[in-house]
Design a protein around this ligand. Structure first.
Ligand SMILES: Nc1nc2c(ncn2[C@@H]2O[C@H](COP(=O)(O)OP(=O)(O)OP(=O)(O)O)[C@@H](O)[C@H]2O)c(=O)[nH]1
Ligand SMILES: [Mg+2]
Length: 266
């Protein structure tokens, strides 16, 4: 199961709108991911990845497989949710299952869309929901997202227009960071270039286990080259020729952007 990010906020702040925009980036073929069914409020979304695109151009595999983040659309929280107000306990339980939180704050104005507290005031809304999360015992990394009519850079918030999809790529990348994930890549015989998510600080052995249990079980070593070195060499054989491919053992901490080939025995 991949790590998940819960989208929280007051009713009518634009959570489902954001979620639906994210769904347009849902991975089309979920087969490589360990999910059998996807619930209607769960979206498995591709992480925008410039490096993967460049590796695709360099290696020209049949298939490029991106890293993903799982987003969960949660119903609105209101004051006293922790006491059960507005089915709050049920929603808080859902949030507890997530690994990080995107807290969406309404800034857009629309007379036809009611505000639960009658006026647009992102700071007030933030405090109301934060208190409920705290009283609900939820301590998670949080990214505050301002849902604006016109996206303007903010100091403390990531700005998006949930309806138009502006700022959404940045939001996915920020969510990925929030989960403390980094990416390494594998090149399967030139057929598939795939991005893998690991927690920052993971070892080569832990990373091998992500790819296949047998790779970890029979782990011998990892051949590793940084993304930049691989690209500037012009390919794997060229990088090898230039001595850019390192041999690393099981305890090596895999770095963001590493391209790795695991050597393993049976
Ligand atoms: N103008 C404008 N309207 C938006 C924006 N985002 C959402 N809305 C509108 O606000 C209304 C509520 O949006 P939802 O996404 O359903 O809100 P929600 O946070 O999921 O609400 P609950 O599920 O009830 O908690 C809808 O009519 C949306 O079209 C936006 O960025 N701009
Ligand atoms: Mg909703």
């Amino acid at each position: 199961m991949s790590l998940s990010v819960g989208i929280v906020g007051l009713p009518n702040s634009g959570k489902s709108t954001l979620f639906n925009t994210l769904l347009q980036k849902q991975v089309a073929n979920v087969a490589p991911y360990p999910f059998t069914t996807i619930e209607p409020n769960v979206g498995i979304v591709e992480v925008p990845d410039e490096r993967l695109k460049k590796l695709g151009k360099l290696i020209k595999p049949e298939k490029l497989t991106p890293a993903v983040v799982q987003f969960i659309d949660i119903a609105g929280l209101v004051k006293d949710a922790h006491k059960g107000e507005g089915l709050g306990n049920q929603f808080l339980a859902k949030i507890r299952e997530c690994d990080a939180i995107i807290h969406i704050l309404r800034s857009f104005k629309d007379e036809s869309v009611g505000h639960y507290y009658g006026s647009i005031d992102a700071q007030r809304d933030k405090e109301i929901v934060d208190i409920e999360l705290e009283l609900g015992g939820i301590k998670k990394p949080t990214l505050y997202v301002l849902n604006q009519d016109t996206v303007e850079p903010q100091e403390d918030y990531l700005a998006v227009n949930a309806k138009m999809g502006e700022g959404v790529d940045e939001l996915i990348k920020a969510a990925y960071k929030l989960l403390n994930l980094v990416t390494f890549y594998t090149v399967k015989g030139g057929q598939e270039v795939r991005a893998w998510s690991i927690l920052k600080g993971s070892t080569a052995l832990e990373s091998a286990a992500k790819v296949h249990a047998d790779m970890a079980k029979g782990f011998i070593k990892a051949e590793v080259v940084g993304f930049e070195d691989l690209v500037s060499a012009g390919g794997w054989p060229q990088a090898k020729g230039k001595g850019k491919i390192r041999l690393e053992g099981r305890d090596y901490q895999v770095q963001d952007g590493d391209v790795v080939e695991f050597k393993f025995g049976s």
